[in-house]
Design a protein around this ligand. Structure first.
Ligand code: 13P
Length: 257
């Protein structure tokens, strides 16, 4: 049984005060839920958020890191540094990083390895643009994104990893992939890993991201290969985020009963 993971990607939002308030509300509300909850603030807010979530079941993650571990890389933050600040996860390969900062799949794979070497878990994001979907390239695009990771680290790299399927056209647009559309891609991702190692594939958590909201979460999380969500906008509001966590919890309770 894969435990659902609900991750909040706070992107470039918040102040020291507002993130502490958000983290406090989430910690209080998430304490009793049978799902794993993760919050990912900007790097300068990590210490403030850790002070709030450190003694709660809520986990802390970052939104990016350098592939380099140390050295002359002005402006970068390494995986070891994030680990020292209490991070357990790092989101890597988000489509905003791929599109706006020209990160390649090969570079993202190196970042994932660096995060694993520091003892943390990468949340590797994959997903197609609308043009790619309309051209019938969904499978090829996602396979290529996964292949870069497989080439860099082998299938074993997926033992300590979360994959997030985030169709670019669904991010921040209010357009969500239908549960069936998302499930088809999640199944394809799991099948691809399974063709190399069935045990790793069946333990791998694959999150869906892209306009996940309280009112569509339960139908997405009810799909066989959707193991939780990577949530942007709705993660900035504690009530909405907790409702999404509760939707994931209700799927666990349904499976258990
Ligand atoms: P939205 O939930 O705002 O669409 O963002 C999704 C996302 O990019 C999470 O990483």
């Amino acid at each position: 049984m894969r435990q659902p993971l609900i991750a909040g990607n706070w992107k470039l939002n918040g102040t020291r005060n507002s993130v502490v308030e958000l983290a406090s509300e989430i910690s209080a509300g998430a304490a009793s839920l049978p799902v794993e909850v993760l919050v990912c603030p900007v790097v300068v807010h990590l210490a403030d958020v850790l002070a709030v979530v450190g003694n709660s079941p809520v986990h802390l993650g970052a939104q990016n890191c350098s592939e380099a571990r140390t050295g002359a890389y002005t402006g970068e933050v390494s995986a070891d540094m994030l680990q020292e600040f209490g991070c357990e996860y790092v989101i890597l390969g988000h489509s905003e990083r791929r599109a706006l900062y020209h990160e390649t799949s090969e570079q993202i794979a190196q970042k994932c390895l660096s995060v694993q070497q520091a003892g943390m878990t990468p949340v590797l994001c994959v997903g197609e643009t609308l043009e790619e979907r309309e051209a019938g390239q969904v499978e090829a695009v996602i396979a290529a994104q996964l292949d870069a990771m497989l080439e860099a680290g082998g299938v074993d790299a997926f033992r300590q990893m979360v994959v997030a399927y985030e169709p670019v056209w669904a991010i921040g647009t209010g357009k969500t992939a239908s549960p069936e559309e998302a499930q088809a891609v999640h199944a394809m991702i799991r099948q691809k890993i399974s063709s190399q190692n069935a045990d790793i594939a069946s333990a791998l958590r694959i999150l869906y991201g892209g306009s996940v909201k309280a009112d569509n979460a339960a139908s997405l999380f009810g799909q066989a290969d959707i193991d939780g969500g990577l949530v942007g906008g709705a993660a900035l509001d504690a009530t909405s985020f907790l409702a999404i966590c509760e939707a994931a919890a209700s799927t666990v309770e349904k499976t258990a009963s």
